[in-house]
Design a protein around this ligand. Structure first.
Ligand code: SF4
Ligand code: SF4
Length: 231
């Protein structure tokens, strides 16, 4: 098996619901608490497995915001694993999930330097490295209904922008989505062969902002009628 995520950039609205639900679920999960530093101070920060970056593409007035969620890609050629001096970082043979053994990690940061996707987070309070586990403790929990055996981010996403499945199975939902929508790997030229894929935003007719602000004939007529008719 090769488990991973497909993220649909066409429908992600950048609401951060996936990031928050991930933090909530995994704070009580196998890696332990995901720390917040100075949470009520002027400069709060913390450990997150999932971060949403937003980019503006195109030039005004034909510009568009693309929200880009990023977490561990569970790469096939995971250099983060190869550079780890303690063997704390490892890739599971049975499903391809990349994990960190919290008991072995010494927080040297080598793995985060080796990761080109910024997927690793050093937890300063424990001195250990943390990262997305694909919610290992959900997806194999047979006490849950089958529909709930998915990563927390996938279940939570209100836009249904996230999909989870087995990329080794050509009939899985993720394999079909990648085939049908031209799903792509992020920065394949680096040779890490990430498992996660992104579905590109569909090409739509962009409406220049100036045109949107112009009133339509109907709204101008309605405005005129409202002015003329006493209520
Ligand atoms: S995204 Fe980074 S942390 Fe995750 S497997 Fe790839 S190199 Fe390792
Ligand atoms: S920080 Fe931990 S997991 Fe990363 S390379 Fe060092 S020992 Fe290995």
């Amino acid at each position: 098996m090769k488990l991973g995520l497909v993220i649909d950039l066409d429908v992600c609205v950048g609401c951060h619901g996936c990031a928050v639900s991930c933090k909530q679920w995994n704070t009580s999960g196998m890696t332990g608490a995901l720390t917040d530093y100075n949470p009520y101070g002027q400069d709060p920060s913390g450990v997150w497995f999932n971060r949403i970056r937003s980019y503006e593409v195109g030039d005004y007035p034909n510009n568009k915001t693309i929200n880009f969620p990023m977490s561990c890609m569970h790469c096939e050629q995971a250099d983060c694993v190869d550079v780890c001096p303690t063997g704390a970082s490892y890739k599971r043979v049975e499903d391809g999930i990349v994990l960190v053994d919290q008991d072995k990690c010494m927080g040297c940061n080598y793995c985060s330097w080796a990761c080109p996707y910024g997927a690793r987070e050093l937890d300063r309070s424990t001195g250990t490295m943390k990262k997305c586990t694909l919610c290992l403790d959900r997806i194999y929990d047979e006490r849950l209904e089958e529909v709930d055996r998915q990563p927390s981010c996938v279940i939570t996403c209100p836009a249904h922008a996230r999909h989870f499945g087995d990329f080794d199975d050509p009939d899985s939902n993720v394999s079909k989505l990648v085939r049908e929508r031209g799903g792509y790997q992020l920065m394949p030229e680096l040779g890490y062969s990430p498992t996660n894929r992104y579905l590109p935003p569909r090409v739509t007719r962009l409406i220049p902002t100036e045109d949107v602000s112009k009133k339509s004939l109907i709204s101008s007529v309605k405005e005129w009628v409202n002015k003329m008719v006493e209520r």
